[in-house]
Structures are given as structure tokens and as C-alpha cells.
Ligand binder design. Structure first.
Ligand code: ADP
Ligand code: MG
Length: 300
């Protein structure tokens, strides 16, 4: 097959691994910097251009869209979809996954456990907002943060109110969340491909940070998921309409609570778990690219 990896970083580990696996299976593969693509929109002619060349013969795209380029990247993905090219992540699912509130709404509706969360913008009812998540300490996060940036642990009501006010004056939408104290500093990541968990790891912050993101200096090791965790990850992926994703969960006293579902999960998990995640993705592509395009049925 003719495969395009949509990635800004040809040297990224994930991009290199996907390319390597595709080549090993005899596919032809190119890394396309989607940020440099442009589209032309005319009647019945969804075209994509790259450095003056029209991209037309791809059977498959594998989007690896940076969170800073969600909007532009998803437009490029959508244009390929309109040419009936198979994509491992649809434009709609990608956009949806980058909005924390929208994601939590869908997860909650699908019966997936999530931390108690309130979405707010105004600051007149901060007392009530805090009461609803069990008071302080509370977690406050910006709706579009990543890598642990924009996630604050407010230890006291006073601090929580000050953070909410700060976000408010900056015009940033935020979520206020119950602090899952028993699992502070650790979370588990389940890597889902084609509806199944293919690798899982536990991340632990090294200092006393409550955030376990590897970008914040967290450390990871392989972990065996419980049945409940595996089911939760699969259900979360389905609820988000994502065939390939990383589901982050906290191990709480009341079972797994999903924090977020990542639509371009990193491949560090391969090194940690010794699992061939890229290979699973190529298996998935080979199995599904030829068939009919599935409609997005998430409905929000
Ligand atoms: N409600 C919470 N209770 C305790 N810790 C949390 C909570 N929400 C997030 N964290 C910690 O902060 C980290 C970052 O939060 P997350 O929602 O995943 O934001 P990001 O998209 O920036 O990674 C998580 O991996 C987790 O370790
Ligand atoms: Mg996270």
C-alpha cells in the first residue's frame, strides 16, 4: 500500500518506527509535513498539495498531529478523507479528543468512570463549584492543556478561587476536578489499537509532583492491567471514536477513572514495555484500509 505518515517531525521516534514497520512489510511510505500541506477546495475536487506537488495516490494516512496544530492538521486529514483515503484517526475524532470537556462528556455518557468534574467560566459561583467536587484540595485544568501544562493542584479553597479567577480574566475555559488523592503522582496508560489494548504502562512522578506526565519528569514501567482497567480503556476508545489512542487512567478507590484519551499517543511505551506498537498499528491498517469506510457514530 501507499502510506503517508502525517508528521512534522521525521526524526520523531514514533514517525521513525511507523515508517520502519511499513517498509519492513513492503509498503511504500512517505513522511508528509502536514503543516506545509495546503488544500484546494473546489466542486467535487478535494485536492491536497505539498511543496507544489499534488498528493493523490495514497491509500492510507497515519496522522500524528501536534496538539498545537489540531485545527490545521484536522483540516488536512479531512481533505484526505474526502478523497476516500483510509485514515487511522478521523478528523472528527481528532478534534473531539483535543477538547477535555467534550471528551469527558462523551466518556461519562458511555458509562466510563471519570473524576467528578465541573466545567465553568464565570467566577460568581466558585464556592458552589468547589463544593461540587468535594472542596479543596481540587484540580483545576485548562480545557486544552497537554503534557501536564495547565493542570493545577489547588490545596486550599482560597488558592482554588484565585486560580479560577486568573483563568477567568485570561478568558480561558477550565475544568474543576475532584483531586484523586489516593493515586496522586501515578497514572496508567493503556495503548489501544483497533479496539484492543496492545501495551500498558504505569507512570510515576519522580519528585513530589502530583502530575505523572513523562514531560514533567515522570518515570514509567510496564504494568498489568486489571480486567476492569482493560474494559474501561476499550470502552473509552469506542466512546471517543478512536481506533488508535492512549487512554490515561487513575487507579482510584472506586476503580479506574479516565483522565484523558490521547489521539496521537507517544511511542515511548514501546521501549518501556518491549511491545511492537507500530507493528500492531500496521496490522490494523492492513486489515482495515481495504474495507468500507466506517461512519463516525459518536454523535457529539
Ligand atoms: N483529578 C486528578 N486528581 C489527581 N491527579 C490528577 C488529576 N487530574 C490530573 N492529574 C495528574 O495530572 C496529570 C496531567 O493531567 P491530564 O488531565 O492528563 O492533563 P494533560 O493533558 O496536561 O496531560 C495526570 O497524568 C495526573 O498524574
Ligand atoms: Mg495527560
Amino acid at each position: 500500500m501507499n502510506i503517508a505518515i502525517l508528521s512534522k517531525g521525521p526524526g520523531n521516534y514514533s514517525t521513525k518506527r511507523l515508517k520502519e514497520e511499513a517498509l519492513a512489510r513492503g509498503h511504500s511510505v512517505r513522511v508528509i509535513n502536514y503543516a506545509k500541506c495546503y488544500v484546494s477546495v473546489e466542486r467535487s475536487q478535494p485536492l491536497v498539495f505539498y511543496k507544489g506537488e499534488e498528493l493523490r495516490d495514497f491509500d492510507v494516512i497515519i496522522p500524528r498531529i501536534a496538539s498545537s496544530l489540531t485545527k490545521y492538521g484536522s483540516s488536512i486529514v479531512r481533505q484526505f478523507e474526502m478523497q476516500n483515503v483510509f485514515t487511522t484517526t478521523t478528523a472528527i475524532a481528532l478534534t473531539r479528543s483535543r477538547d477535555k470537556l467534550r471528551s469527558l462528556q462523551l466518556l461519562a455518557k458511555a458509562g466510563v468512570g471519570i473524576p467528578k468534574t465541573v466545567f465553568a467560566r464565570d467566577t460568581t459561583d466558585t464556592e458552589d463549584v468547589l463544593d461540587k467536587v468535594g472542596g479543596a484540595p481540587a484540580i483545576i485544568k485548562v480545557a486544552r492543556g497537554t503534557h501536564g501544562n495547565g493542570v493545577v493542584l489547588a490545596e486550599t479553597r482560597k488558592a482554588a478561587k484565585a486560580v479560577m479567577q486568573a483563568f477567568y480574566v485570561e478568558g480561558v475555559n477550565f475544568l474543576v476536578q475532584e483531586f484523586v488523592e489516593e493515586s496522586a503522582g501515578t497514572d496508567v496508560r493503556a495503548f489501544v489499537v483497533g479496539g484492543k489494548v496492545v501495551a500498558s504502562m504505569e507512570r510515576q512522578s519522580l519528585d513530589d509532583d502530583f502530575r505523572s506526565n513523562l514531560h514533567q519528569g515522570g518515570e514509567a514501567k510496564p504494568v498489568r492491567l486489571t480486567d476492569a482497567e482493560r474494559k474501561t480503556a476499550m470502552r473509552a476508545a469506542k466512546a471517543m471514536g478512536l481506533s488508535i489512542c492512549g487512554v490515561d487512567m487513575m487507579r482510584s478507590e472506586r476503580g479506574p477513572l479516565v483522565l484523558e484519551v490521547n489521539s496521537s499517543p507517544g511511542f515511548a511505551i514501546e521501549k518501556i514495555t518491549n511491545k511492537n506498537v507500530a507493528g500492531h498499528i500496521l496490522d490494523y491498517v492492513e486489515k482495515n484500509a481495504k474495507g468500507k469506510r466506517r461512519k463516525d457514530r459518536v454523535g457529539a
